[in-house]
Design a binder for this molecule. Structure first.
Ligand code: EPZ
Length: 430
């Protein structure tokens, strides 16, 4: 099994280029199957989750041509099935975007019901509520969500919780419904806007994405497009906190600074220096990181996907910090791993009370999920001595060339599979 081995203590210094946004790209790949014409998607991150979704659409008959590591052409005129099996869903929950996409295009979809995952129970009631409001029947049979509609009719839908997934899934189906749909209390995340822009480039008529009311005028057909995915706000934020935690100086390139405001604000609060450019942000760390308080919230609040990365940084900052997780119930699983590196964190319900320590010490730890895994890499980079991280498959789901990008910033990190490789690394870095 692959692991990361890290020798910590080096400040990260240099430039890093951010990849396309995984969570936008997942929905954009699903949207691509809604036309019989060819769709080219560029700036697609070459990460495991995207590759599994591409296999899932090939599994129902789409033809996917990889034009380069970050560009695919999708021809969905050959789709012969509307059934997506558990094989894909268990690897990647976001295959459920195929529900909205297939329902919109074929008025029928059968997609395995995703279970919970490491970060929480993750219900999909709001997706189902939205499909029903558009006139679809939705049943759960033998672990599959079966949905079909004679016709999809635009509707007025109020989301009971702000959900990225439900907003996008309903937007996909409604793009090809008859008449107007209004989604109230919609999620405002940058990836919701990106999916709307992509659908509009295919001929959809979606207005208001990025606000909490999205208005969709259904069209009868979508057409080909060439679309480039926005930069990954969470990958960018992860490198920004890695720069802060290692007291480094990193120019994070190919970003939309506006999408990073909540992250930038917290870095400033804890004492880092930030320089903003049109499409880049420089983070300059400090020897005197300060404590703060943070609560995760839907965009434009502080993202839950950045909660472990900020907590790992605060656990080395002077004073007592409070981190409140308000989106998912199980997102503090990394705390026990971090304690093995010397952190002092007490979790009470959805709140972590963090007492800053002077330093981490390297240890053998495991990644509990994608973002927590990335946060533990940050801890390893900041720690004294060697850290090995198991279960890095989680990290590979969402970070393209993570270890390569970190190495280019001066980090001592390698992916290894054997003890022999670990020893070679130890000898090399001393
Ligand atoms: C998306 O998940 C992201 N995934 C997650 O990123 C991210 O953590 C999350 O949004 C929040 O920003 C993708 O985009 C593929 P939600 P999603 O629906 O859409 C509740 C990562 O690390 N809810 O916005 O599943 C839900 O339980 C991943 O890249 C319902 O109650 O999240 C949660 O408390 C992990 N009913 C809240 O809403 C529903 O029908 C927000 O979830 C749907 C959601």
């Amino acid at each position: 099994m692959e692991q990361y081995i890290i020798k910590g203590g080096e400040p990260l210094i240099g430039d890093v280029e951010i990849s396309g946004a995984k969570n936008a790209a997942l929905a954009i790949v699903a949207a691509a199957i809604m036309t019989d014409e060819k769709v080219v998607i560029d700036n697609l991150p070459d990460v495991r989750d995207i590759n599994v979704l591409l296999q899932a659409i090939e599994g129902i008959g789409a033809n996917v041509v990889r034009k380069s590591a970050n560009c695919v052409e999708i021809d969905s005129s050959t789709i012969h099935s509307v059934r997506v099996d558990y094989e894909y869903i268990k690897k990647i929950r976001a295959s459920y975007y195929l529900l909205g996409a297939l329902l919109g295009k074929f008025h029928r979809a059968e997609v395995a019901l995703p279970g919970g995952c490491n970060i929480g129970s993750r219900p999909i009631d709001q997706h189902i509520k939205g499909f029903k409001a558009l006139g679809a029947d939705v049943d759960i049979e033998y672990g599959m969500i079966m949905t079909s509609a004679d016709e999809l009719i635009g509707s007025h839908i109020y989301m009971d919780v702000v959900s990225v997934g439900a907003t996008i899934n309903v937007m996909l189906a409604a793009a090809l419904a008859d008449g107007r749909t209004i989604i109230e209390n919609a999620a405002k995340e940058p990836h919701v806007v990106d999916v709307a822009n992509m659908l509009n480039s295919m001929g959809a008529n979606i207005k208001g994405a990025g606000t909490d009311v999205i208005r969709i005028k259904g069209v009868s057909k979508l057409h080909s497009t060439e679309y480039s995915v926005i930069p990954d706000q969470i990958e960018a934020g992860t490198f920004m906190f890695a720069a802060a935690a290692t007291k480094g100086n990193v120019l994070v390139k190919n970003v939309i600074p506006k999408h990073l405001e909540a992250i930038t604000a917290k870095l400033l609060e804890i004492g880092c220096c930030i320089e903003e450019y049109d499409d880049a942000v420089r983070v300059i760390g400090t020897d005197n990181l300060k404590a703060t308080q943070v609560k995760t919230l839907p965009y434009p609040g502080f993202p839950t996907d950045m909660q472990p990365q900020i907590a790992v940084t605060l656990a080395m900052s002077k004073g007592t910090s409070i981190v409140t997780e308000s989106i998912f119930e199980n997102r503090f699983k990394y705390v026990d791993e971090l304690a093995r590196m010397g952190a002092d964190i007490k979790v009470e319900g959805n709140t972590a009370i963090i007492t800053g320590v002077d330093r981490y010490m390297g240890a053998q730890i495991s990644a509990p999920d994608l973002r927590a895994g990335a946060a533990l890499v940050i801890a390893g980079l900041a720690a004294e001595g060697f850290t090995t991280i198991d279960d890095i498959v989680y990290i590979q789901r969402g970070y393209e060339k993570f270890e390569e990008k970190l190495s280019a910033l001066g980090a001592h990190i390698e992916k290894i599979s054997t003890e022999h490789e670990a020893q070679k690394f130890r000898l090399k870095v001393g």
